[in-house]
Design a protein around this ligand. Structure first.
Ligand code: SR1
Ligand code: MG
Length: 418
């Protein structure tokens, strides 16, 4: 059973050939001569082992869960069953937005191993954002992925018994849910043990932790997250979960999958674009590139709305807003769509805000800020992100559209939020 195996053993670059060399789904890609396989451990995430395994005829990614949080060490145990949830999430995402996620070649539940397609020459989106490099089609791919996976994983689309079975399947991911519930929604708002922040932020951190409105509203977002099993979320949809070339975009790493509110995935992604925008003074500070980032955020939302609306009008086969009630009244259907999108918009802003605050004050930060060596400059960039994050959480119901949010970001970028 996942997470309880006695035979589980972590892979090493030296054992991969012997351990995987007789699995036909893998030898079909790499060949059977394991002596020419070349394995490199490349995991730079917070949790897992990740190997690129190459041979003269092919290449694959081998991802294996560790029984603890890699970022922290074995003092923080974490069940292996997260590989099981990631596998099931990838299968569903592939069906809902074909071509958007890596193809799975092999899954071993006991060893918590997923062998999958290696996207090459793709790089993690964060690295592009630090290098100041644009990606054609980025917003379209992200907006479509969000709309398709969020719509098609919900009671707007699925057979409701299948959806309820999936809710039951993923609800067992208690420990990863707990990480999000704790690190994202609670730790930033008190002096939690795992928190850390740039020293220059001491003043703003004290103010935020004394901010009643912020605490209350951030916890309202936590309640939405914990209590609303609306759709299958990616669950960790930030710029480290997206791989890109100059003109292709792929999504990876849905191990934090859960049933939750649609705005969570949308908001986490938008928050990461706004943080990348504020981090630009540490990475070249090119005015045109900064506007490109804000444009991507706007275009992601626009594409999400367009695709979600299209699916609403053409694929609404679930129990919600069903034809028996709405087919004869297109006006009512459009009104309901407008209401749903308004709710997702408001939630997305709130979740974007909590994401921006937690990536600055809680355990796991973002490379765009961490890589800024000049501490004063880093603090200035992070303070602006905290400023926008706070305003998004508290004022999410009063922000009409993306132009207003991006204008606010521009205003904040001109000043000092310290
Ligand atoms: C202990 S894991 C910390 C963070 O890393 C993952 O990428 C998730 O974002 C999680 O919150
Ligand atoms: Mg990840």
């Amino acid at each position: 059973m996942a997470g309880k195996s006695e035979r589980y053993a972590p892979l090493t670059v030296d054992s991969i050939g012997a351990r995987l060399g007789e699995i036909s789904a893998i030898t079909a890609r790499l060949g059977t001569d394991t002596s020419v396989w070349d394995a490199r451990e490349v995991g730079d995430g917070n949790l897992n082992l990740v190997f690129i395994v190459k041979s003269p005829v092919g290449e694959v990614i081998v991802k294996q869960a560790l029984p603890y949080v890699r970022l922290v060490g074995d003092s923080w145990p974490l069940p292996l069953k997260r590989a099981f949830f990631e596998y099931h999430a990838l299968v569903r995402q592939a069906a809902r937005d074909p071509g958007s996620v890596p193809e799975i070649y092999h899954f071993d539940e006991e060893q918590a191993i997923i062998v999958m397609q290696f996207f090459s020459p793709h790089v993690i989106l964060r690295h592009k954002l630090m290098a100041g490099e644009k990606v054609d089609g980025l917003a379209d791919a992200l907006g479509n992925f969000l709309a398709r996976t969020l719509f098609r994983g919900s009671d707007l689309s699925m057979d409701t018994s299948a959806r309820k079975r999936d809710v039951a399947l993923f609800v067992d991911s208690v420990e990863l849910n707990d990480i999000t519930e704790t690190l994202v929604f609670s730790d930033p708002y008190f002096d939690a043990e795992r928190n850390h922040h740039t020293p220059g932020l001491d003043g703003i951190v004290a103010r935020l932790r004394a901010d009643t409105d912020l605490k209350v509203e951030a916890h309202h977002m936590k309640a939405k997250f914990a209590n609303n099993a609306e759709t299958m979320l990616h669950g960790d949809f930030h710029a480290g979960s997206v791989m890109v070339t100059d003109n292709e975009t792929k999504m990876i790493d849905p191990e934090f999958v859960l049933y939750g509110p649609m705005g969570f995935d949308v908001g986490m992604l938008l928050g990461n674009f706004w943080m990348a925008y504020f981090a630009q003074p540490g990475h070249g500070d090119d005015a045109d590139y900064k506007e490109w980032i804000l444009g991507v955020a706007a275009d992601v939302w626009e594409r999400f709305v367009a695709e979600f609306s299209h699916l609403w009008r053409t694929e609404r086969t679930g129990i919600l807003y069903e034809d028996a009630v709405f087919a004869g009244s297109p006006l009512a259907s459009e009104q309901a769509l407008g209401h749903r999108l308004a709710m997702i918009w408001e939630d997305s802003l709130g979740f974007a805000g909590v994401e921006m605050i937690r990536r600055t004050l809680s355990l796991a930060h973002i490379a765009e800020n961490d890589m800024i060596e000049d501490e004063a400059l880093r603090a200035a960039c992070e303070a602006r992100g905290l400023d926008l994050g706070r305003q998004l959480v508290v004022n999410r119901g009063r922000m009409g559209d993306m132009a207003q949010v991006n204008d606010l970001a521009r205003q904040i970028a001109k000043g000092t939020s310290l």
